[in-house]
Design a binder for this molecule. Structure first.
Ligand SMILES: Cc1cc2nc3c(=O)[nH]c(=O)nc-3n(C[C@H](O)[C@H](O)[C@H](O)COP(=O)(O)OP(=O)(O)OC[C@H]3O[C@@H](n4cnc5c(N)ncnc54)[C@H](O)[C@@H]3O)c2cc1C
Length: 304
């Protein structure tokens, strides 16, 4: 039943009609629990609050699957606006972007041009940018863009998803170099031809990816709320004496907040992923799919 609901929510997350409706109507359905606001100014209030709790932040100007060049340009402009707003507010935060929001599905050259603008502005501001990993049909294209831009920019990283069979080979290739990689379990609906259908296999692969990357020369962002994954990472960090500037824990805004503070208080670097913007629908649906119990929370939000 839970698996069925998860599949349904992930299918709904791709609905263009619902997405357009959501863009027009501001945060609804309890989305505020996971999304910091619709504007960068609202997001900055959350950034400040998290930093006061000893947490670092990675800001995500929400957006995905741009359908027109105008949408892609607007997303790039929002990234630049976020960088300027952080600077004006005297706040430090990294940035996460999705290449499909910068036009990857429309025109790779256009997407690269937007990305280069964002990376250049971020580099000038001392900000690191992570290219979020999207559904598996975009995985190779995102890794190719990553390989291309990292020749020129040292402030860029990307993400490996433990549910994909291919990720261990990607980790073995990229892990030899001093690159910045976030390890996640994976949030999209994927067929068994490309991804482990079984959660235990995903968890086992997550641990394999950490074991591959943490002792290596790069930077590893351990992005999970799973205490078993976190404990395993802590053991690897201790066993391999991984320097504290070569890894960090990452979690999503609104999820396991006490665990975030507890880890930071124990001296670990912890970064919270803070999404904001009008394009919150797909993000919310993926958070619901991860934990269908959240649906009750949303239904209460709708009722109100
Ligand atoms: C910083 C960050 C960046 C990410 N970037 C990407 C990305 O680029 N591409 C991508 O595909 N995925 C991304 N993800 C999502 C990721 O793939 C998982 O879907 C998500 O993190 C849930 O997996 P988990 O590791 O927390 O483990 P799970 O086994 O799913 O969850 C472990 C525990 O965490 C809590 N939890 C997890 N999710 C929720 C939720 N939605 N609501 C309430 N509690 C919850 C529950 O207590 C659960 O028992 C990112 C996740 C993080 C933390």
């Amino acid at each position: 039943m839970e698996q069925l609901l998860r599949t349904l929510l992930l299918s709904l997350s791709r609905s263009r009609t619902a997405r357009r409706w959501a863009q027009r109507h501001g945060l609804r359905w309890g989305a505020r629990r996971f999304v910091a606001g619709t504007t960068v100014d609202e997001a900055l209030l959350v950034v400040r609050d998290l930093q006061q709790q000893g947490l670092r932040v990675i800001l995500d100007p929400l957006g995905e699957y741009a359908q027109t060049a105008e949408e892609a340009a607007a997303s790039a402009a929002e990234c630049l606006r976020a960088l300027a707003a952080l600077r004006a507010a005297g706040l430090a935060a990294d940035l996460s972007v999705k290449l499909t929001q910068l036009g990857l599905d429309l025109d790779r050259t256009l997407c690269l041009a937007h990305l280069r603008d964002v990376l250049a502005a971020a580099r000038a501001a001392g900000v690191h940018v992570t290219l979020d990993m999207e559904d598996s049909s975009h995985c190779q294209a995102i890794l190719d863009v990553f390989d291309e831009v990292r020749k020129v920019f040292d402030n860029v990283g990307t993400v490996l998803q433990a549910y994909l069979y291919r990720s261990l080979a990607d980790a073995q290739r990229l892990g030899r170099e001093a690159v910045h990689l976030r390890v996640v379990k994976g949030a999209y609906k994927e067929p068994p031809a490309v991804a482990y259908p079984d959660k235990r296999a995903v968890d086992a692969n997550y641990l394999r990816l950490l074991a591959e990357l943490l002792p290596g020369p790069g930077f590893t962002a351990i992005a999970t709320h799973d205490e078993r994954m976190i404990a395993a990472a802590q053991r690897l960090i201790a066993d391999h004496q991984v320097a504290y500037d070569r890894f960090e824990f990452q979690m999503l805004y609104g999820i396991r907040s006490q665990l975030q503070v507890r880890l930071a208080a124990a001296g670990y670097p912890v970064r919270v992923y803070v999404p904001y913007g009008r394009d919150w629908y797909g993000y919310l649906m993926r958070r619901l799919a991860e934990r269908p119990a959240n649906v009750a929370f949303v239904l209460r939000g709708m009722w109100r």
